[in-house]
Write a protein that binds this ligand. Structure first.
Ligand SMILES: Cc1cc2nc3c(=O)[nH]c(=O)nc-3n(C[C@H](O)[C@H](O)[C@H](O)COP(=O)(O)O)c2cc1C
Length: 195
């Protein structure tokens, strides 16, 4: 794996902002990662504050994390010529999924995701909505067929989590796997049963 990887992480307006925070912390701490561009939709900011008490500036204080203006379509990550190594949206709202599935790139979140698909870079969408209607289901198939990984916010319980943080963190491990950043995690499934 080459040093100095650059990823984008977006938090959109869906429940589960803590999963985004946990994933961001893991990306920030990973030695192979040089930079994480952080995006928050307006409703993503609201969910972050409501559910975690954190403000965007608290996340921007993490090492290697740079907070971007979600309205700035002239940002570096808006262009395929800017080197990026992948993007994760966690949590991903059904609205963000719909915009990406339709190629509607009017915000930096949907444009950066669109760039990942056209450049064949990893794009992981951690959808958070339930129940799912036919439009959601069709949109998941569309983005899957276009190259994205649809990874609903459904953490595993086989590792015997003791705290919510354990759940967030085991899910973050799986997201990093999808970005090609496999980390040692003692909570992975082992032959014969629980880790
Ligand atoms: C407090 C709150 C919680 C929400 N939770 C969800 C959710 O879990 N899943 C979802 O798909 N939309 C949810 N929504 C609706 C989306 O935020 C809304 O459709 C928004 O337009 C999505 O745009 P965004 O992806 O740019 O944030 C929620 C909205 C609010 C205000």
């Amino acid at each position: 794996m080459s040093a100095g990887l650059r990823f984008t992480l977006a938090i959109t307006g869906a429940s589960g902002a803590a999963f985004g925070v946990a994933t961001l912390k893991r990306l920030s701490a990973n030695p192979a990662v040089a930079q994480v561009a952080l995006l928050l939709s307006p409703t993503g900011r609201r969910c972050l504050l409501d559910e975690t008490g954190l403000a965007p500036k608290d996340l921007a204080a993490l090492p290697k994390v740079s907070l971007r203006d979600e309205r700035d379509l002239g940002a570096d990550i808006s262009s395929g010529s800017h080197r990026q190594d992948g993007m994760v949206i966690v949590p991903c709202s059904a609205g963000a999924l719909g915009r990406i599935a339709s190629g509607v790139s009017e915000t930096l979140v949907s444009r950066a995701a669109d760039v990942c698909l056209k450049e064949r870079r990893p794009l992981v969408l951690c959808l958070r909505e339930t129940p799912l209607n036919r439009i959601h289901l069709e949109n998941m198939l569309r983005v899957h067929d276009a190259g994205a990984v649809v990874m609903p916010l459904t953490p595993g319980f086989y590792s015997g989590p003791k705290t919510l943080e354990d759940l967030f963190d085991t899910f973050a491990t799986r997201v990093l796997d999808q970005l090609g950043l496999s980390e040692t995690d003692g909570r992975r499934w082992k032959e014969g049963g629980r880790p």
